[in-house]
Design a binder for this molecule. Structure first.
Ligand SMILES: CSC[C@H]1O[C@H](OP(=O)(O)O)[C@H](O)[C@@H]1O
Length: 356
């Protein structure tokens, strides 16, 4: 069993085809931007950080062998292809943030008269490749910060039972994971009594991917149906919920996998702390609230079929939003690699940490 969602070497990018997991562990080659766009759009690779990394590396493998007659033509190629990759899936902000940062870098390198087009390409490639290790480092820091936050609330001497939704682990990132990174850290600290993961219909990221990771790591884990969350909280003394994020707005409203919002409502009813775990690259301070987040709607077939097997009546209408927005008022804290922030003061606290 492999948990490495992304395999990269200069000029070569392979992704674990997550549509085939857990039954088949198969890598598929991403030979350029068009392959990258399709792999992201079809959800062969998914998860906000992994989308950004695979998108940017698909451009890296495409331009490596190409010759550019000027820095301007290289910059134009970079800008056009990155903006195209942003269109593969609209809700997660990570690809957009990465594209904006890399386009800004390309603009700076174009203006730098001390370097030629070859050096510009090398520096651009280095910046895309650096995303892999930075993501893993960010996730390890998120794990540390998140475990501390949960243990602060539940009491440092106790082991905790936590609930998570969707997949936020090594299969959604370059490794270790965000919310699942918090779970891994709790286990490393010998403070994880049990983790419950929801199946996360209709793509089943929980049943197929998170369960796959938890079994692989031999963590004490139980799969539950999405409809069991309220009964679970009543029966199992859940200490905290920790989920990922696709886009966090400036006021702390958070877009995440469909079903997150209702888990937050149930957690509020049961007095269970509800945490979002996400790198700063998932936080979009450019939008004031969750009302401005575009929610991707996916094909009906993802609801009406499991594989080739039809499970819904032919002819029924479907509504298949891939995400929902959890209001900041339901979120206890936003766990990042730079600390745990209160949703109500997110923009101020992040600006202070970043010194902006
Ligand atoms: C670590 S980000 C994971 C985030 O992405 C998932 O969505 P999808 O599987 O559709 O890419 C889900 O919202 C997770 O919380």
């Amino acid at each position: 069993m492999s948990l490495q969602s992304i395999k990269y070497a200069p000029g070569k990018l392979d992704i674990l085809d997550q549509l085939l997991l857990p039954v088949q562990s198969k890598y598929v080659a991403v030979k350029g931007v068009e392959d990258g766009w399709k792999a992201i759009n079809k959800m062969q690779v998914r998860g906000a950080p992994a989308i950004a990394i695979v998108g940017c590396l698909s451009l890296a493998v495409e331009i490596l062998p190409e010759q550019f007659d000027s820095k301007k033509s290289l910059r134009q190629e970079i800008e056009g292809k990155l903006n195209y990759l942003v269109s593969a899936r609209p809700t997660a902000v990570n690809m957009k943030i990465a594209a904006d940062e890399l386009i800004a870098l390309a603009n700076e390198l174009t203006k730098d008269e001390a370097i030629d087009v070859q050096e510009m390409k090398q520096r651009f490639l280095a910046a895309t490749e650096a995303m892999l290790q930075k993501d893993i480092a960010d996730n390890k820091a998120i794990g540390t910060n998140g475990a501390a936050a949960i243990l602060d609330i539940s009491g440092k001497d106790s082991s905790v039972r936590v609930l998570t939704h969707c997949n936020t682990g090594s299969l959604a990132t370059a490794g270790y994971g965000t919310a699942l990174g918090v779970v891994r850290k709790l286990h490393e600290l010998k403070k994880l009594e049990h983790v419950y993961c929801t199946e996360t219909r209709p793509y089943n990221q929980g049943a197929r991917l998170t369960a796959y990771e938890l079994v692989h790591d031999k963590l004490p884990a139980t799969l539950v149906l999405d409809s069991m969350v309220a009964a679970l909280m009543r029966a199992k003394n859940i200490a905290a919920v920790v989920v990922g994020a696709d886009r966090v707005a400036a006021n702390g409203d958070t877009a995440n996998k469909i079903g997150t919002y209702q888990i937050a409502v149930v957690a509020k009813h049961h007095g269970v702390p509800f945490f979002v775990a996400a790198p700063l690259t998932s936080i979009d301070l450019q939008i004031p609230s969750g009302d401005h987040i575009i929610i991707e709607e996916r094909p009906d077939r993802e609801m009406t079929h499991v594989g080739e097997h039809r499970i819904a009546a032919p002819g029924i209408n479907c509504w298949n939003p891939a995400f929902d927005v959890t209001p900041a008022a339901l979120i206890s804290g936003i766990i990042t690699e730079r600390g745990v922030f209160s949703p109500q003061h997110l923009k101020h606290e992040i600006s202070a940490v970043l010194g902006v």
